[in-house]
Design a protein around this ligand. Structure first.
Ligand code: CA
Length: 715
């Protein structure tokens, strides 16, 4: 069966309506492109000049700016123009937006702030006042990746699934909708997009039994205009569309009881010429296909790129990157649109480097697969068969084989970190990662909404063996898990260069017409590379890890480069066991750079703290094992493998597990619920929470024996 299905004619194509100019020149009159009375329009987003009005800058999401005042010749003199410490300790994944001299930035939980883009003065701060206990439904930190602008409104999603329209001038709420379906726990971490006056938003939750969908709301009123479900529901309830009836033929068993998954939690792209909206669709729920769809099947539209009509939400075509996904191989990764010559023919393409390790180039009008080649070494498949468009799998990858590391693991060969496409070099740049995982069946877990209902053993994912000494943990992690910055030519789907990076997770990218490629890293360095060669041309020592993508803007004739610093997210929170030895603590901060600036960061007083064992009667091995299993289900994705924190969530081994009374007050009764640590008394007995404490004290003892220490802030 051909994976490329194109069943609906794109009758609504009206190239006459094409309002955007293709000439996206650097200009000194960026403000002219935005009418103050109309605010942000389609014209602003298709041709923003020196502004950055949408999360991917433009609808094609290239994240490439035509600004070139900062370039390969002079970037060495770039310095700090201003910075703003942010009212959060959690991870920062957002790309700021800039129009009319205002910089807009979303923060964890769905907070938002506006700054004077020249001076850094805070203009307003919006707090959606999320019940912080909702953090228990967030798989991967309470991060937010960005905002949208339309007219004079700004839009941001909050982690509890609400979508907020704010006044760009004041940050006051214009309207608010709850995007969740009743009785389901969904999150929003992705940036909304606004197309044709509709605010487009998806959800997260496929680790918790969710059924994915994308919703469009009227940008002015918040009225729901359409909803596209990405996987079929229970056939007994009827199908929402012919496309879902078709999709249901690729499922079996009672998949709807496990949600099905397919959450669209990050990537969208839009082509105003065809009115096609491209949706990156996530993994199946449960992960383990033997549970979700026991007889196999492709399970449409999990792990697919789906094109829908942006005005109606009607299905147009799809390409499934990972049929029958069983490894959390989302296709929610960054989608980029570009026009280029492929094999002698001019094509309008959509590109993606999803988690599964293949780089795909598709004709974005028809959905035809043009090329697919792996950008990282993988073990789950050998190649993509270009006749069928399907991956040729290694049969071992589905065997639940403890001897067979599947590459990549669920972090993916590339995750949410934005790529960029530079039309000058013709190259796509991928913040890639090498990692692996053991996918071992585990049917102990009952369906619940707060733990990863993945039916794989969570203990096999993010723990290191006890016997590895403290000093060797980070180097070992760097050997088995490394980041790479890769330049790839999409016309040929061949690699041009790659830079191995000595850390295990990546940072988002920005490219500019100045011939530069910007990226931050988890150890606290912000760099500019030559986009042609990858050569490092400039670097700046920050005071903490960066994972968000930088952006750039022009204001009063000067070019600025902005990046949000703040460690955390899916790669940050669980992996303190490998980042901890690098002695990090987190600072969430917005930093803005320009040529010849000489701003300085504050001195942050710090001190070393040695992990101390405490004298207590040690629990039995069985008790510790019970606690470890519970910890792996409920705690690990925030507090970290081996109970080692990544530096932004309290490390439980440093005194917090000492007293029974404190553990009961916090873990069982929710004493720190307002900080984002929910009560677990609805999910575990008091004795079970105490088994977790016994496991944490066991890890405290082991860590003390290894001589573990950390650097903490002293102020
Ligand atoms: Ca996932």
């Amino acid at each position: 069966m051909n994976r490329i299905i194109s069943i609906l004619a794109i009758g609504a194509v009206s190239s006459a309506l094409l309002a955007c100019s293709q000439s996206d020149q650097p200009t000194g009159n960026a403000a002219v492109t935005t009418s103050m009375s109309q605010g942000v329009t389609e014209q602003t987003i298709t041709n923003p000049g020196g502004e950055w009005p949408a999360v991917g800058r433009t609808y094609d999401e290239q994240r490439h700016s035509p600004l070139n005042a900062i370039n390969t010749e002079n970037v060495g003199s770039m310095g700090l123009a201003w910075y703003a410490d942010l009212p959060t300790k959690r991870g920062m994944e957002a790309t700021p937006l800039m129009v009319n001299g205002k910089l807009f930035l979303s923060l964890p939980w769905g907070q938002a702030m506006a700054f004077d883009a020249k001076t850094g003065e805070t203009l307003w701060h919006f707090d959606p006042k999320v019940d912080k206990a909702y953090s228990r439904y967030a798989c991967c930190d309470v991060v937010n990746r960005g905002m949208a602008l339309w007219g004079n409104n700004a839009y941001v999603g909050s982690i509890d699934g609400r979508l907020h329209a704010l006044d760009q001038a004041t940050g006051k709420t214009i309207w608010e909708v709850d995007t969740k379906i009743a009785n389901h726990t969904y999150t929003i971490t992705g940036a909304p997009r606004v197309v044709n006056g509709l605010v487009i938003i998806g959800n997260g939750g496929a680790e918790m039994g969710a059924r994915g969908y994308v919703t469009a709301y009227d940008a002015a009123t918040g009225e729901q205009k359409w909803r596209f479900f990405t996987v079929p529901g229970n056939p007994a309830d009827g199908f929402e569309s012919a496309a879902l009836e078709m999709a249901a033929k690729t499922w079996n068993g009672e998949w709807w009881k496990h949600g099905g998954g397919g959450t669209a939690w990050d990537s969208f792209a839009f082509d105003p010429e065809t009115d096609l909206l491209y949706i990156g669709v996530g993994n199946g729920s449960a992960w383990n296909q033997k549970v979700r769809s026991p007889e196999g099947g492709d399970n449409l539209f999990v792990s697919s790129i789906v094109a829908v009509n942006a005005n109606t939400g009607e299905y147009v075509w799809h390409y499934q990157t990972t049929p029958g996904d069983t490894w959390d191989y989302t296709a929610t990764q960054h989608l980029i649109l570009a026009d280029m010559e492929v094999k002698g023919e001019q094509r309008k393409v959509v590109m993606q480097a999803p988690k599964n390790g293949f780089f795909y180039v598709l004709d974005r009008v028809s959905g035809e697969l043009l090329s697919a080649d792996n950008y990282m070494p993988i073990t789950w498949a050998t190649h993509v068969d270009m006749e069928t468009g399907r991956p040729v799998e290694n049969p071992k990858a589905r065997e639940s084989n403890p001897e067979f590391p599947v590459v990549p693991g669920p972090s993916g060969a590339h995750n949410w970190h934005p790529m960029t496409y530079n039309p000058d070099t013709g190259l796509t740049y991928i913040p890639a990662m090498a990692n692996s995982a053991l996918y071992i069946d585990d049917y102990r877990i009952k369906d619940r909404d707060v733990i990863w209902n993945i039916y794989y053993n969570p203990e096999a994912v993010v723990f290191l063996p006890d016997e590895i000494p403290f000093e060797q943990r980070a180097p070992i992690a760097d050997m088995v898990a490394q980041a790479f910055l890769i330049a790839r030519d999409p016309k040929t789907n061949q690699e041009v260069w790659r830079i191995p990076q000595g850390f295990y997770s990546s940072g988002g990218l920005l490219s500019t017409a100045g011939g530069l490629l910007f990226q931050g890293d988890l150890e606290g360095t912000f760099r500019a590379h030559d986009a042609k060669t990858g050569e490092e041309l400039w670097s700046y020592a920050t005071q903490g890890g960066i994972m968000a993508a930088p952006m750039t803007y022009e204001l009063d004739g000067e070019q600025y480069v902005a990046v949000a610093q703040g460690w955390g997210g899916e790669s940050g929170l669980p992996f303190g066991v490998v980042s901890g030895p690098k002695n990090m603590f987190n600072i969430s901060r917005l930093m803005v750079f320009k040529l010849d600036a000489n701003g300085e960061l504050p001195v942050i007083p710090s001190r070393e703290q040695v992990l101390a064992d405490v004298d207590f009667p040690h629990a039995t091995a069985d008790r510790v094992a019970q606690g470890k299993t519970l910890y792996a289900q409920y705690c690990v994705y925030c507090h970290g493998g081996n109970a080692v924190s990544a530096g932004l969530i309290p490390d439980l081994r440093y005194g917090l597990a000492n007293t029974y009374a404190a553990w009961e007050a916090i873990v069982h009764k929710g004493g720190l619920s307002a900080n984002g640590m929910p009560s677990w008394n609805e999910y575990m007995t008091l004795d079970e929470t105490m088994a977790i404490r016994d496991y944490v004290r066991h890890e405290t003892k082991l860590g003390a024996e290894r001589g573990e220490r950390r650097i903490v802030r002293a102020d």
